[in-house]
Each structure stands twice: as C-alpha cells, then as structure tokens.
Design a protein around this ligand. Structure first.
Ligand code: OAD
Length: 251
C-alpha cells in the first residue's frame, strides 16, 4: 500500500505539507459533507452556511452550528490525526493545512495548523468584529449578543466569504516550498483550497493523495492511496520508525 519511494522521500524531506479535509475527522465520528448521508445531503449549504442565511435567520443558523459544536466537542482525534502529528518526529518541518473547523489536528498535537475555513470553537460579532472565544458561548442555545448589540457568529468561513488572508497566504507558501504534499480526506472540489496540491505539483513537490474514493486530484497525484487516513497515516509512521531503528542501534 505504501511505496518505498514515499518512505525514502520522507526520510530526506525538509518540509512536508499535509492538506486535509473532512475525511480525516470521519473516523472521529464527525460527518463529512458530500458523501451519501453527509451534511450537505441533509441540509442545504445555501440555507445555513452563508451570510445571507445568518442575517435572515440568525437563530436557526446559530442552532445548526451549536449542534455541530456538540459533535466536535465530544469528538477525539483519531489515529490519523495522531499519526499526522507524529510525522514531526521524522521531518524537520510539518505544516498541516486544513479545511476542517473542528480543531482536532491541534488537539492531536500538530504544531503548525493553518485553518483555511476557520474554527467552530471560536466566535466573533458579525457587527463590530469583537472576538468572543469564551467557552460558555459554545453551549449557549439562544444566539448571544455582543455588547454592541450585534449577533455573535461562529468563526467559520461561509460560502461567498473570503478565506482569512494570512491563512491562505501561508498555506500557499507551504504548498510551494514543501518537498512532499499529502492530500488527505478531501473531495478536492472546494476552491481556492483545492488548488493547493496543484500549486505544490507545479513547484516540484511529490504529491500523495489518501482517500478511499477517487477525486479530481487523483490523476494528477504521483501516488493515490485508496484507503482511510486512520489506516494509512499510522502505517507511514510505523514504516518511518522501522527505518530509524537500524541507525539508532548503530549509535
Ligand atoms: P467532503 O465531504 O467534500 O469530502 C470528504 C472526502 O473524504 C471524500 O472524498 C471522502 O471520500 C473522503 N473520506 C471519507 N472518509 C475518509 C477517511 N476515513 N479517510 C480518508 N478520506 C476519507 O469534505 P471536504 O473535502 O473537506 O467548507 O470539503 C471541503 C469543504 O466543503 C469543507 O471545508 C466545507 C464544505 O462545504 C466550508 O464549510 C467552507
């Protein structure tokens, strides 16, 4: 399942970028978006995940995000998240660029996590922009107001909104300068995020996709591994650990 080429490249890599999507959190019990039974097959994003919906019906949108928060706050990082974090034992710099809003990469111990679509655990005022990241708001069922009277919203990127500039700029930099880019658990259809693996390819990186299904990236990637993140990522770190043992014994 995992090529010798990949393991050798990993042992020589200076910077590895791990680009992730909802599939990485599927094994933690957090629903993906586009699968049968996924979030966007049950709810219309245009009714819930955009500013007009929030302005028209803030309470309904808040409640939907509160239900998702409940799932996220009860979820734990899985073997895939943990193996991505432990790549740092083998590679000098590992950058995680994620479309996920659940914070599970940080919880798993990854040091550099670039969140392209925000973080559902955080909030800000739609009116004045003041941050409201206190935990009590996470369990508030009635939409809370800011001291300015504005409605507080989750700090997530909605359809039609721009990605946070510092996040996308740093993500593009990491895509351009990495030796290897993993694209894990994403359908590769939501732009501009989906452009990152292509940017890495153009810049000469070795691109490896991990996904049980084919995606638009599959035919461009150097390798596409048809299995789950929780299966593949721990196997990669196991093989890297095995490679390291002989040199440690010889010390
Ligand atoms: P999707 O739901 O579009 O795609 C999830 C991908 O993960 C699919 O390609 C699955 O085949 C794959 N998958 C499922 N289980 C997996 C597993 N255990 N291991 C590896 N892969 C697995 O989710 P995203 O690509 O993340 O944006 O969606 C991108 C964006 O669309 C989201 O960030 C969200 C959504 O609208 C916003 O809300 C702005």
């Amino acid at each position: 399942m995992i090529s010798q080429t990949l393991i050798e490249r990993l042992t020589n890599a200076r910077l590895v970028t791990v680009f992730t999507g909802a599939g990485v959190s599927a094994e933690s019990g957090v629903a993906t978006f586009r699968a049968q039974g996924g979030l966007w097959s049950k709810f219309k994003p245009e009714e819930l995940a955009n500013l007009d919906a929030f302005l028209a019906n803030p309470q309904m949108v808040w409640e939907w995000y509160q239900a998702r928060r409940e799932v996220v706050l009860n979820a734990e990082p899985n073997e895939g998240h943990r193996a991505i974090a432990s790549l740092e034992e083998f590679v000098p710099h590992v950058s995680v660029v994620t479309q996920n809003i659940d914070g599970l990469h940080t919880e798993a111990g990854s040091s550099e996590v670039i969140e392209l679509h925000g973080n559902i655990r955080k909030n800000f005022c739609q009116n004045c922009g003041k941050r409201h990241d206190n935990l009590e708001i996470l369990t508030e069922h009635h939409i809370p107001s800011c001291s300015c009277g504005g409605n507080i919203r989750p700090d997530v990127v909605w359809f039609g909104e721009l990605l946070p500039a510092t996040a996308i700029e740093l993500a593009e930099k990491r895509a351009k300068e990495c030796n290897i880019l993993f694209s894990v658990g994403t359908s590769s259809v939501v732009w501009p995020a989906a452009g990152l693996p292509l940017l890495a390819l153009d810049s000469g990186a070795y691109v490896v996709e991990i996904n049980p299904e084919q995606t638009p990236l599959t035919r461009h990637a150097h390798e596409s591994i048809r299995a789950t993140s929780g299966e593949v990522m721990p196997e990669i770190t196991r093989l890297l650990r095995e490679m390291r043992i002989p040199s440690e014994l010889s010390k």
